[in-house]
Design a protein around this ligand. Sequence first.
Ligand code: F6P
Length: 501
Amino acid sequence: MVRTRWSKDSLYNLVETELGDSLFIVVSNREPYVHAYTSESGQQIKVTHPVGGLTEALDPVMRAAGGTWVAWGSGDADFDEKIVDKDQRVMVPPPPEESRYALRRVKLTESDVAGFYLGFANESLWPLCHVTFTPPDYREDWWHTYQKVNRYFADSVLREIGNRKAVVLVQDYHFALLSHYLKESNPDLTVGQFWHIPWPDYEAFRTCPWNEEIITGMLGNDLMGFHIRDFCNNFLDNAARVLGAEIDRENAIITYRGNTTEVRPFPISVDFDSLNTQAGMEEVEQEMEKLRKELDLDGKCLGVGMDRMDYTKGIPERLMALDKFFEDNPEYRGKVVFVQAGMPSRTQIDTYKQIGQRIDDLMDGLNEKYGTGSWKPVVAMTRQLSPVTLHALRRLANFCVVSSLHDGMNLVAKEYAASRVDGDGVLILSKFTGAAVEMKDSLLINPYDIGDFAFKIKEAVEMPESERRRRMKNMRAIVSENNIYKWAGTMVSRLMEITGK
Ligand code: F6P
C-alpha cells in the first residue's frame, strides 16, 4: 500500500487499528509537563515545559496516540495531591487544553538522580556516545544506581499495564536495561526502544566496563531504533563483537539467547504542520517587530544559534568562526548581529559549568574586540524563550547555525526549516549531525575547521535570494514529508509487523 504523507490523523488511525485493545506506553526520563510551586506557601502551582528535543517531539505523538507516558517527576509540585492521583498519574496537557493522555510519574530520591541521571546517564553514557573527546567517567556506584532506577521504571510500567496487553516504546540512553527487565517479567509484551543520541563504534564502546550488560539490556527489545544507518551498523558490530551475538546484516537482525532484535534507522523529526502554522501567526509578526527594534536590526543581517548549553553543540567553535568572519571581513562589522539563544542545562555537572563559562568568556571577548557604542556582534539570550519568541527569532534570522561536534539528529535544524513560512533563510549545519543526512541543501560545515566555517558564514550572508529560496524549499519539503508522525508511525507499524501482533 502506498501511504500518503503522515499526519496526526494517520498516526491516530494507525494506533486505533494496529494496537487494538493494547495499551500504548512511552517511557522517558524527562517528562513533558513539570509542575512547580510558584510561591513558598505552596498555594500556587505552575506548569512548564522542559527544554529539549525529546519531549518536544513526543508530546504531539502522545496527543495523537493517547495512552500513558511514564517519566521521572522532576518538579517540586509534581506529586502534590492536588495534581496526581494515587498512582502518581495526571492527565495532560493541562487545562485549558483538552487532556489527551496520562502522565505517570516516577519519584526519584536526590541520590537516585545523582547516580542515575547526572552520573551514569550524563557523565558515563553521554560522553561515551558522543565523539567530542570528553572522557566518560565510569563510576561503579553510578552504575548500580542506574540499574536500580531502570528496575523502578520497569516496576512502574508493569503496574500501569496490569493484566492488559501493551506496546511499550522506551526512549533513550537513560534506559538501556529497562526493556530486558520488562521482558523478564512479561515476555508477551511488545517492546521497542529509540536511542536519541549517537551510538559509538566498537573501539569507543568497549571502554565501558559494563558494555555486555548494556547491549544485553537493549536486546530485550523487539525493535531497536537509531536516527541513522551508521549508528545501526555500529550497534550491530558491537553486538557481534561484545556478546558474540548472531548477526543477519542483510536484514539487520540480531539473535541472542534465542531472542531476536531488529535494528533500524528512524530519523526523528518535528511536527511540521503545527510549527508551520504557528510561525505564520499574527503574534509572531508582532514579536518580530518588537525584536527588530530591541536588537536594532534595521539594515542588518541576523544570525541565530539556539541550543541547550551542552559541550556537544559546538558553541565555542561557532563563536571562534564568528571572530574569524569579522576579522577577515571588516566590512561586515556593524552589519551582522548574532543572537545565541541557549538555555542552561545539567548545570550541576562540572563539564557543563565549564562550557557555560567558556561561552561567556568568548562572547565577552568578541564584543570587546569588535563592539562599538551602538553595535554588539553577539547577543546572549539565556532566559527560557516562549514559542512565539523562538518562532520570531527563526523567522528574522537570515541564517541559523547548528554546529554540533556530534549529534544524534538535531531538531533545531528541522525547526528552523519548519518555521520559515516565508521560504527564505540559510541553514549552516554541521556534517556531524544526523540531520545532515536529510538536509543536504544546508551549507554543510566541519565545525572544527574554523576557517571554512567562517567562510560559510560569509557565504550565508551573501547568498542570493533565489538560491536561498531554492534551498529552503527543498529542506521544507523534506521536513514536511519526514515529520514526527512518520517517525512514530513507521516505528510502531514496524514493531507490530515484526512481532506479528
Ligand atoms: O536525547 C537527548 C536528551 O537527553 C533528551 O532526553 C532531551 O531532548 C535532551 O537531551 C535534554 O536533556 P535533559 O533531559 O538531560 O535535560
